[in-house]
Ligand binder design. Structure first.
Ligand SMILES: Cc1cc2nc3c(=O)[nH]c(=O)nc-3n(C[C@H](O)[C@H](O)[C@H](O)COP(=O)(O)OP(=O)(O)OC[C@H]3O[C@@H](n4cnc5c(N)ncnc54)[C@H](O)[C@@H]3O)c2cc1C
Length: 467
């Protein structure tokens, strides 16, 4: 048999690719990783999850200063130093990018810098400023991720029309900002810049913001955004977008059909992400695509033997960092002959760090009803949770969607303080196939926010105590 230099080549160093490469190293597979960017970490670390959460954290701290008097702390004229806020974010990103580099070295993963293209037959061409080379392996993982979709005819320009990359490079808070798209990304940026003082208009074509969440969660977030005096337009269209010397103008058609000319300093387009599969040589393989996404089986294998795909390029799983990572673990386990459990889409948590925060897992109430379950809902408001009151954040609730027959937990949806952290208990409960009854008997420490989760399980049977 022909000897190939590598057991595995991973293309892309996002949370999917770098984690897969490390795991492969841990399993003793001779592994190479190719990354076209000078820094490692992919969208999530460089221009996604991590920098946005850094800004969101600072927005939380800033709000605490603004409202410090409510807690008996007098802060005369707090001032936001946005360049410093940006520096802090950039520092966090750099630190973790270097961390990824160190982890890959420790796992003895060879790093290739350059643009990778699949050549078929286990070969990958890597093109960089210093030339072109071909690397060969028994297995390849495609983890090339995604990039922001733009609206037809619009290009990001770093000045006025922004995507997730440009907006993270701003050195001052814009006076006004329109955001097209109110999914997790658009809503998080709205929550950042509104709290930093920008006049934000959040525009969503669908009838509700964060549209993949349970309807009650969308309603509660919209209610809170409006209470914070953010302008939210759902069922609305932004058209005729044009740049002037110092602003962006657009025609906004509201759900009532009213047309308005809106002029803002900056426009953020956050209408979803397209998979990076167009020019990576997939035509040299049997890999099958559906609308640009790669089709895989439960082991993340594509139709080309030895080629796996993970993360944002994959058809049918949500574009989330932890999904990319898990899919990487599955692919590597499979090629190393270790046990691996395929992803269960109903057990993928999602976390949105708006104010209030959202954490959810499993079926929404509407999905559970549509699938024919005998749905029972337990709901507990943070208003009844003493820790939430102490934190000064008792907006939101925990909602448990259960099946009446066996007390199966079908989904849990949280909006409120630390909702994105609290969801962990529900994910573990569902993974362990715990019933509602078992979770009712689980002792929750007092006073904690996660008592609200325990109360919501009790509420399924009308047995919550504090509400
Ligand atoms: C603003 C924003 C906030 C987000 N927040 C969250 C969050 O809080 N939680 C969450 O779970 N998800 C979040 N996401 C989504 C998350 O970033 C993605 O799901 C995740 O990064 C996908 O990981 P990946 O490994 O598939 O690809 P990516 O992270 O996109 O990495 C792909 C890598 O491949 C490289 N590459 C591409 N083509 C080639 C090539 N031909 N040759 C060599 N290298 C190549 C790219 O340069 C990149 O480094 C956010 C996304 C955005 C935009």
């Amino acid at each position: 048999m022909k000897k190939v230099p590598y057991d595995l080549i991973v293309i892309g160093s996002g949370p999917g690719g770098y984690s897969a490469a490390i795991r492969a190293g841990q399993y003793g597979l001779k592994t190479a990783l190719v990354e076209k960017q000078p820094r490692l970490g992919g969208t999530c670390l460089l221009v996604g999850c991590i920098p946005t959460k850094s800004l969101l954290q600072t927005a939380d701290v800033w709000q605490r200063f603004v409202h410090a008097a409510d807690e008996g702390i007098q802060c005369e004229n707090p001032r936001l130093d946005y360049p410093k806020v940006k520096d802090r974010k950039d520092g966090i990103v750099s630190k973790h990018s270097k961390g990824v580099e160190m982890l890959l070295k420790r796992a003895k993963v060879d790093r290739f810098s350059g643009y990778a293209t699949l050549q078929g037959g286990g070969k990958v061409e890597v093109k960089s400023d210093s030339g072109v080379q071909t690397v060969e392996a028994k297995n390849i993982i495609v983890a090339t991720g995604s990039e922001a979709r733009m609206l037809p005819g619009l290009e990001p320009d770093a000045e006025r029309i922004l995507n997730n990359i440009e907006i993270l490079n701003l050195t001052e808070v814009p006076k006004s900002l329109a955001i097209i798209g109110a999914g997790a990304v658009g809503s998080e940026f709205a929550s950042i810049f509104h709290r930093f003082g920008a006049e934000v208009t959040l525009i969503e074509m669908l009838p509700r913001i964060v549209p993949v969440e349970d309807e009650d969660i969308s309603k509660e977030l919209e209610r809170n955004f409006r209470k914070q005096k953010m302008r939210v337009e759902t069922g609305a269209r932004a058209e005729n977008i044009r740049k002037t010397g110092h602003s962006v103008q657009l025609t906004l058609t509201t759900k009532e059909g009213k047309q308005e000319e809106l002029e803002v300093e900056k426009l953020l387009v956050a209408v979803g992400r397209k998979p990076n599969t167009a020019s990576i040589g997939l035509e040299n393989t049997k890999v099958e695509l559906d609308r640009g996404f790669i089709k895989v089986d439960g082991n993340q294998q594509t139709a080309e033997p030895g080629v796996y795909a993970i993360g944002d390029v994959v058809l049918g799983t949500p574009q989330l960092a932890h999904v990319a990572t898990r899919e990487g673990m599955i692919a590597v386990a499979h090629m190393a002959g270790k046990p691996a459990i395929p992803i269960d889409k109903n057990r993928i948590p999602s976390a949105t760090y708006t104010e209030p925060g959202i954490g959810s897992v499993g079926l929404t109430e509407a999905q559970a009803r549509a699938q024919g379950y005998q749905v029972k809902v337990g709901r507990f408001p943070f208003a009844g949770n003493s820790r939430a009151t102490i934190l000064g954040h008792h907006e939101g609730f925990v909602k448990v969607v259960a099946d009446e027959r066996y007390g199966e937990i079908l989904g849990v949806h949280i909006i409120g303080p630390e909702g994105f952290e609290l969801i962990a208990e529900a994910v573990a409960a569902m993974e362990a196939e715990a019933t509602v009854e078992l979770m009712m008997q689980t002792i929750h420490a007092h006073p904690t926010l996660y008592e609200a989760v325990g109360e919501a399980f009790n509420a399924v049977y009308g047995l919550s105590i504090n509400a």
